[in-house]
Design a protein around this ligand. Structure first.
Ligand code: CA
Ligand code: CA
Ligand code: CA
Length: 224
């Protein structure tokens, strides 16, 4: 490698390393498959291309905006329904599917951190590979709470959610020891002084339906 290239590489690497952690979580929605077995969901996600892949600051989705409360007012359509501009809790794309929500986040200080889901149907949450919410059941909207001690620094979150009929809802928030739960967009760096509470779930900040996901949707739209 020439010196110029080395310098450029060092600069690029430095930029990457000094970037703040991403402010959004990747939501990947897989149509026509669900399971109460988290290993099956993980295997399916590994072997298949998501029908929609979108980054969201706010994890707050429902196919029944009139019926789903969650804890923080407001909600978004699920990404596939949003992309196809369809509504209704029994629309086929809203009725049999699962979603993966994943990303990195940073905590400012050592301590216990809390993760809350409101969901219909079940949900699994891993922090740094540790299963802290384990809800493998079909049910109406219910709350689940998990917590874990985290040292200051960057950590990994992975959530799997599944829907098999009726309402499909998921609200996923995070808190430090204050137990003031916030959307991820306010709290990818958590443990900092409280930011103003969010009263409405905004539209997704980046409607980045990835090329392959979009291809899948076009194919669906054509053949279903
Ligand atoms: Ca909500
Ligand atoms: Ca549904
Ligand atoms: Ca359901």
């Amino acid at each position: 490698m020439k010196l110029g290239q080395k310098i450029r590489w060092a600069l690029v690497s430095g930029l990457i390393l000094s970037q703040p952690v991403q402010a959004s979580l990747l939501v990947e929605q897989y149509s026509d498959y669900w399971s109460t077995n988290v290993n099956d969901l993980e295997a399916y996600a590994d072997a298949n291309i998501a029908d929609a892949s979108v980054y969201f600051d706010v994890i707050d989705f429902t196919d029944d905006p009139a019926g789903f409360a969650g804890e923080i007012p407001g909600s978004n359509r699920w990404p596939v329904a949003e992309a196809l501009d369809v509504n209704g809790e029994s629309h086929p794309v809203n009725d049999t599917f699962f979603a993966s929500v994943s990303g990195m986040f940073e905590v400012y200080s050592d301590g216990d951190y809390f993760f809350k889901t409101w969901s219909d149907d079940g949900v699994f949450v891993f922090i740094d590979g540790n299963l802290i919410i384990n809800d493998p059941n079909l049910h109406e909207e219910q709350m689940r709470l998990g917590d874990i001690f985290l040292s200051a620094g960057t950590h990994e979150v992975q959530l799997y959610y599944f829907e098999n009929g009726g309402e499909a809802s998921l609200e996923f928030t995070v808190a430090d020891a204050s137990m003031v739960f916030q959307h991820w967009g306010n709290s990818n760096v958590i443990g900092l002084p409280a930011t103003p509470p969010v009263v409405n779930a905004p539209e997704p900040s980046t409607l980045a339906v990835l090329a392959m996901g979009l291809f899948g949707l076009i194919r669906r739209a054509k053949y279903k």
